[in-house]
Design a protein around this ligand. Structure first.
Ligand code: P6P
Length: 324
């Protein structure tokens, strides 16, 4: 029986956070994410028809080719988030510097985002996503430097959107993790996955086996161990791989290697938000040397190795990688 009478995102947020002083105004931030996700989803579904396939010919701050959807997605979410009136700044994978919304007292939050993660997969109609970390801005703090580079453990909430066979918005806050599915008819995000907890049994491992030869011996041992007892599932979109592992039980690992000792994935707007979601769902996330959420950032676009998912599997894998 299709779920058509589920609670809307707006009703859920009012009921869950409406009277919370510490989360005052955060509903407008998540609402802005949802508004932008509806627009990005329409472009993702239209793809070639919307003229968003392929690259723009530009290179971003990461040194990567900017896909047309990367630029469109970043513009969409910057507009909806800064327009939310209570966002002081937005950092984006696509922008060298954050966009400053203002320093008024009502601008209580700072958002770090990967607006379109895995965008090269859109050319082949494979699942992609958007990732958001939301930090509360201490009242009166200037919107510069330190307020933009806070550890992941200070996040007030985090969320991601997965544009797949369905479009889902997954939101993590102090009360837990909840999933909302976009109803194409109404345009509403409806609560379909309340109280998400990562399963105790780890079914899958997700890593780029093509990098195996670049890993050091302990990391190779960790991957070989997973290979012997788990099924490999690797989409090449972090959000898609993480979302499956969150719902079905799994571990994602992108360790540092001889080519990139710091790993590939970005701390502020990929590792931090998804690590917050994972921990709120009973999972864990490490860089191999430390808990992701404890890392004190130094640069907006810094990278980190990332081992993320089912707590017991992550802790055992990290122990092996550390040579424990
Ligand atoms: P590789 C996509 O480009 C991305 O940033 C993540 O979404 C994904 O997990 C990773 O890179 C894939 O990297 O080196 O396996 O292609």
């Amino acid at each position: 029986m299709p779920i058509t009478t589920a609670r809307t995102l707006g009703d859920f947020m009012e009921a869950s956070w409406g009277r919370s002083e510490s989360l005052e105004g955060i509903g407008a931030v998540v609402g802005a994410v949802a508004e932008g996700a509806r627009m990005v989803q329409r472009q993702v579904q239209a793809a070639a028809l919307a003229g968003v396939l392929g690259a723009t010919g530009e290179t971003n701050v990461q040194g990567e080719a900017v896909q047309k959807l990367d630029a469109a997605g970043s513009d969409i979410f910057v507009e909806t988030l800064i327009g939310a009136e209570n966002v002081a700044a937005v950092g984006s994978e696509e922008l060298e510097n954050p966009v400053i919304g203002g320093s008024g007292a009502s601008r209580r939050y700072v958002v770090q985002m990967d607006p379109v993660d895995g965008s090269s997969n859109i050319d082949v109609a494979v699942t992609i996503g958007s990732i958001f970390g939301i930090w509360r801005r201490p009242p009166g703090d200037p919107v510069t430097g330190a307020v933009l580079l806070r550890p992941g453990r200070d996040q007030a909430a985090a969320c991601y959107v997965v544009y797949g066979s369905s479009t889902m918005l997954v939101v993590a806050a102090p009360g837990g993790v909840d999933g909302f599915t976009l109803d194409p008819e109404s345009g509403e995000f409806l609560l379909t996955h309340p109280g998400i907890r990562i399963p105790g049994k780890c079914e899958y491992y997700s890593t780029n086996e093509g990098n195996f030869g670049k890993l050091d011996a302990p990391a190779q041992e960790a991957v070989s161990r997973l290979r012997r007892s788990h099924s490999l599932r690797y989409v090449g979109s972090l959000v898609a791989d993480f979302h499956r592992n969150l719902l079905k039980g799994g571990i994602f690992l992108y360790p540092g290697d001889v080519r990139s000792p710091e790993g590939k994935l970005r701390l502020m707007y990929e590792a931090n938000p998804l690590s917050y979601v994972a921990e709120q769902a009973g999972g864990a996330a490490y860089s191999a040397t430390q808990r992701i959420l404890d890392i004190q950032p130094e640069r907006l676009h810094q990278r980190t190795p990332l081992i993320l998912g089912n707590r017991a599997e992550v802790e055992q894998t990290v122990s092996i990688i550390r040579g424990g």
